[in-house]
Write a protein of this length. Structure first.
Lengths: 204, 204, 204, 204
DNA sequence: GATGAATGAGTATTCATTCAT
DNA sequence: TATGAATGAATACTCATTCAT
């Protein structure tokens, strides 16, 4: 419990807060979970939390940024390594194919969508969320556009729409899974979706 | 002693409260909108509202039940009138094709998904929501199953998965539209989705 | 503890809150006194207080408005009844001459000056306070101007400056009295001040 | 073992803290300004500040003591140099005549009066403040008493009351100026006040 | 049945002060 | 001595729900 403290210490503390916060949000929902919940869960004092974050919104935002940034940059790195369009798409599809096995997947989905909705009513948050959507969409779209350029995908494909359908389905399916849990046949639906899109792309 | 006010009066009052409540929820979100907002909007007193509903949750529940029941039974009635599978599917697809033109569509979507998420954490609400999902899924699934039986659809179609994909996409696309609004090309994405599914069904 | 309640009831409740609030402010100071203090002192619930007032600032403001309005309008009424300048000034001077005998005078002074200072840093409050100052200044100035017009006061008197000196002294003396209490010879100083100003006015 | 740092170093550090503290208090008010504001403004760590001062109150107290002591002793030194009563009074009056041109005057006034009021409620601070008042009053009073003794002032003057009126007016006028700023004709009022008092003294 | 005043636990956030390094 | 992270009680304000009239 010291001042004049290493960067590492601070990063770990911040990470610990974020971890606790995520678990609280996951358990109760972003709006319902309170700072006191995070205090109780993390055993870190309220004042300390506010030393690292400026508000409850800020905590979520960092949570999401971290998640998105890791996600997107990992994805980009991995996709760079692959040259043909099919491999790239396979890679992406495989990423989401087993998400339901991650224990926090349902909670995570709920938290993200809840905040997504919450942010609609807050000017300052909204743009951040829109940027995030744009990043994901572009990622998928780029693969398709390059696929067409390289002749690996039917040139009649409407890349932008397909990209939006992909993410729409990911969100829709995740949402339904997060509600129905074991009653929802995530994998089957997911595979069906993959087949649907692959048929459309007419990939070589 | 006869009742002091007629049943009709009571039903109208209840309907008026629900209407106001929906508008308040839509404008501010379910959790953020307050009973006082509903009082202000409906010009009905707080006490009166609690005469008709036992809680804020209860108001939402009735709202959703009513909406679902109307929706589903309307749908069933209309679908009964149609005999061939393609007509039935066309009818359903057409229903959602222009939803984005309805002024309250984005708000309505947000409210429903918000409550959907909210209900996950509440034992008593959860089952109600699951039933609702089941009803929608079954509706779509039944059409497909009958279509196969009548030979109007490829018998290799996984009806249940397709039904879940349909509603997953509806929810995913609606969610994205409700965030991005005019920046989201609802109709194009929707049409692409329709084509995707129709291709799969290989309808005659 | 009823709804559908008479105006009289509401006025009394409001008055009771204001009374308690004043006593709390007087005892601890405006900034230090808390809403919980007012709750404890008035035995009125926090929610009820916020039914009648929108904020702590608002409570003070009403307190001051009420006080100022009563004061000023009483003063105007009384002054109307008097025709010669000397009588009017005598009346005003007599008003403040025994204020120190009022039990709450010192506290009242402190609260008002504290809020006066506090309001300097708040845009919205500031103008209200300036108006109030203007009202008092004008009241005194008007008497002097009329006195000159009627030839009852030396025409060389700088009315505006004298008016500001009058209120400056009232505030300065009250401030000092509110700190020193019995150690401050309020009446003697006050009488000296009166003489000083009367000499200047060269009243007939 | 000799002290690690020199006394000079310590005094300078203390002075730096006081300077910053004054500026923070002046800008935001004593109660609103925070220790963190002082840290940010002074670039001195929180811990260091608490090495030199035991509390926020203590900082103010030292600030005021220093200010008062400097003021009073300067004043005494200057007044010693002058022999006739008129020169002494002229000197004092001239001191306050242009205060409004000092950029920090309004802020400074607010801080002092705010703390003055604040101190009324704190046993330990109160006596300090009373002493301070006494010192100022005595200073002025002494000049008048000596003036009478030397026959330079009318012997009918109530010296104590005049002294209190002087400081009452100084505080009252400063207070009003600190609120109204450019809307307050500080110099005119001040000169009028001077004339008023001089007339009374009937100085030779 | 209708009204709306009353309740009070609950909310995010602040800040003087402490103390391990 | 200096540092600044940690503490946690304190704050103004909110809002679903109750219940006397």
């Amino acid at each position: 419990m010291p001042p004049v403290v290493s960067d590492k210490y601070k990063q770990e503390k911040k990470a610990a807060i974020l971890k606790s916060a995520f678990e609280c949000f996951a358990e109760k929902g972003f709006q319902v979970a309170t700072i006191d919940d995070i205090v109780a869960h993390s055993k870190i004092s309220k004042g300390a939390i506010y030393n690292y974050f400026s508000s409850k919104d800020d905590i979520y935002l960092e949570l999401m940024n971290q998640h998105t940034n890791e996600n997107i940059s990992n994805l980009k790195v991995e996709l760079e390594k692959l040259s043909c369009t099919k491999d790239k798409l396979d890679y992406i599809f495989q990423l989401y194919s087993q998400l339901n096995e991650q224990p926090q997947f349902a909670n995570s989905t709920r938290v993200h969508i809840e905040f997504w909705l919450y942010s609609t009513r807050k000017e300052d948050l909204r743009d951040l969320m829109l940027d995030r959507y744009e990043m994901y969409k572009t990622l998928f779209n780029t693969i398709l556009v390059e696929g067409i350029k390289k002749g690996e995908i039917s040139s009649s494909v409407h890349t932008d729409e397909i990209a939006q359908i992909f993410w729409g389905l990911i969100d829709g399916i995740s949402l339904h899974y997060s509600m129905l849990l074991d009653k929802y046949p995530y994998k089957q639906v997911y595979n069906e979706m993959k087949e649907l899109i692959y048929t459309k792309l007419d990939m070589k």
